[in-house]
Design a protein around this ligand. Structure first.
Ligand code: OSB
Ligand code: MG
Length: 368
């Protein structure tokens, strides 16, 4: 296929509630969307980066730069036979995984739409629905967190993840366990600790957590392998895994027992499929993480989570969790068993994109 038109929208979306992690609080989000056109079809990709380099080194403006200056130009001058051509087209750019991923996502969506195939079919996902977990930010006090947990249980979310940071960890977990001894529970530190804090993690072993996500530095793999030796709770890596090679190294040195795959963090769906293949070979379980996506990124994540190596509840919640306004139709709603149905009724990401709302929320647009 030959891409005829490329557009980038920077939109502003207000969150229903602030979301706080160890690296900061988000109240509203600027989101970059990419739209590609060919053969009378329009396709979409969502960039998950935050405004500042808080989660990874990428920012809204770094992504706009990489996409508009390089990627749009390169994909327009190349005949693309299959979305898996994209890593080769973009390989001259080091890092900048989130910028690359949203362009690759849009190419998958476009390819699906032109060939009348769902993204799930294209990547070989099998599940009809995927288990949904919820990620709860750091709250002002434990009783507020307990209320949110109860609400999540009432909605039938299949597991609860809480964000932790120094001072909001072991004692909070103790109080959760006093109320909910059997809840499927895990924590995510977003790199807030160092190896010297290992006693905090040995103290967590008694809470029967499913896993501890990204306790140490975002660039580290080696210290995680040291920490994993000291604790029985599985470590799950998020920030540290930026490629399939990182995943291989982490598995080889036992730095984790589980991997949170965010397709955007590793540079796209093609790289995700390499991690999926590795996971099959070495038998390590995966699950799909989230970055407060709107419906566009969410739909892509749901298709990815339907791959059979994705075997834990995912950070893919119902559409109403984060935003009041919806960019897609139909929205994702939780089934009674705490799952989301993989949308396959339409080609590509499987849901319709509401351009009117996108235009209403646009603060900057770029076309090439
Ligand atoms: O570390 O998984 C994370 C949100 C923003 C940045 C990083 C993370 C998160 C979440 C929320 O945990 C997951 C979601 O529901 O989208
Ligand atoms: Mg995480």
């Amino acid at each position: 296929m030959k891409i005829e038109k490329t557009s980038l929208y920077q939109i502003k979306m207000e969150l229903r509630n602030p979301f706080r992690t160890s690296f900061g609080e988000t109240k509203e989000r600027d989101i970059v969307l990419v739209c590609l056109e060919a053969d009378g079809k329009k396709a979409w990709g969502e960039c998950v980066t935050e405004e500042g380099p808080w989660y990874s080194g990428e920012t809204i403006n770094s992504c706009i730069h990489i996409i508009s200056e390089f990627l749009f130009k390169w994909i327009k001058e190349t005949e693309i036979n299959h979305p898996s051509d994209f890593p080769d087209i973009s390989k001259r750019i080091k890092g900048n995984q989130m910028a690359k991923a949203c362009v690759e996502d849009a190419i998958w969506d476009l390819y699906g739409k032109i060939n009348d195939k769902s993204l799930q079919d294209l990547i070989g996902g099998k599940k009809e629905s995927i288990p949904s977990g919820i990620s709860l930010g750091i709250q002002k006090d434990v009783s507020t967190l307990l209320e949110k947990i109860q609400h999540a249980i009432d909605r039938n979310y299949q597991r609860v993840k809480i964000k932790i940071e120094p001072g909001w960890d072991v004692d909070v977990l103790k109080q959760i366990r006093d109320h909910h001894p059997d809840l499927l529970l895990m924590v995510d530190a977003n790199s807030a600790y160092r190896l010297k804090d290992k006693d905090i993690f040995t103290a967590m072993d008694r809470f029967d957590l499913m896993m501890i996500e990204q306790p140490l530095q975002y660039y580290d793999i080696f210290d995680h392998s040291k920490l994993q030796k000291e604790i029985s709770t599985p470590i799950c890596l998020d920030e540290s895994i930026k490629s399939a090679d990182d995943a291989r190294v982490a598995v080889e040195i036992n730095a984790c027992k589980i991997i949170n795959v965010k397709p955007a963090r590793v540079g796209g769906i093609s790289e995700t499929l390499l991690i999926h293949k590795l996971a099959e070979e070495v038998n390590i379980p995966l699950w799909c993480g989230g970055m407060l996506e709107t419906g566009i990124g969410r739909a892509k994540n749901v298709a990815v989570a339907s791959l059979d190596t994705f075997s834990f509840p995912n950070d893919i919640s119902e559409s109403s969790r984060y935003y009041k306004d919806y960019l897609i139709n139909p929205i994702f709603e939780l089934n009674e068993d705490g799952t989301l149905t993989v949308p396959t009724q339409n080609a590509g990401i499987g849901v319709e994109v509401n351009e009117k709302i996108i235009i209403q929320k646009t603060i900057q647009k770029f076309e090439r």
